[in-house]
Design a protein around this ligand. Sequence first.
Ligand code: GLU
Length: 270
Amino acid sequence: MKVPQAGAVAAVIALALTASGCGAGGEDKGTLPIGIKFDQPGIGMRETGGTFTGFDVDVATYVAKELGYSPEQIEFKQVLSNDRELLLQYNEVEFVVASYSINEKRKEKVDFAGPYFVAHQDLLTRANDTSITKAEDLNSKTMCSVTGSTSAENLKKNLAPKAALLELGGYSDCIVALQEGRVDAMTTDNSILAGYAARKGNEGKFKLTGQSLSNENYGIGVKKGEKDLQRKINEALKKMVQDGSWEAAVKKNFGANYKYEPAPAITTGS
Ligand code: GLU
C-alpha cells in the first residue's frame, strides 16, 4: 500500500468538508448551501442545463453577496414545502428561500428573516372552466395542493373543508394533474400560480380566479437560534429594497402584468 503524503491527505479532507457543505458560515467561506424550489417558474426554477431562475433565486443570490459569497459559491439545493424545517434543523442548508410563509407553527421549529414579499392564496383552473369562481365552489370539487403548505392547511380548515384534496409533493405535480383532468383546480399563492400560467407552452391553458384567500408573508428560514444570521439577512433585504434591486427582480420574474404588493417592512428579529 502506498502511503499518501500529508499534503494530499489535507487536500482530500478539505475537499470532503467542502462537499459536505461544512464550509457554510465557516471562516473559509467555501460553499453556501441554500434551499430553494426547483419547480416553480418565476420563483425558484431549475432550468434545463442546470441554471436557476426566479425571484427567490435573485433574493438568495443578493443575500449571499451581502454575506460575502459570490454566485459561484452558492450551492442551490432542492427543498419541498414539507421538508423546509427539517433541512434547516439538520444543517443541510444555511437558509431557505422558497415561497416560505412566516407563521407561528413554523416559528416553533425555525427562525425567519424578512418578510421580503407578500402573496395571496388563489385558485388555478383550466381556462375553459367557469364553474369555479370563489372558495365555496370548491366543496363539491377535487382539488390539488402540496403537503406541508399553508395552502393545503387553509383549504382543509377554512376555505372548503368538504373538497376532495389530492396532496402531492410539489406544485408541478399538481399542474400535471390539473392538465390531465384528475383534479378540478389547484390552490396556492398567486405568485406561484401566475408563474405556471405564464410558462412557455402553458399559454391559454389555465386561469387564475383572482381571489385573495390569505396573506402569505415570505420569509427566509434559518436554523432556530441563528440570530446573527437572521440580523445579517434582514440587513441585506433592506438594502435590496433601498437600492432598487428588489423592484427590478420583481419586474423581471413576475412580468409586467403581475400586480404585486410593495416590499413589506421587516418584522422579524429585534
Ligand atoms: N407560501 C405557502 C407556504 O409556505 C405556499 C407555497 C409553498 O408551499 O411553498 O406554504
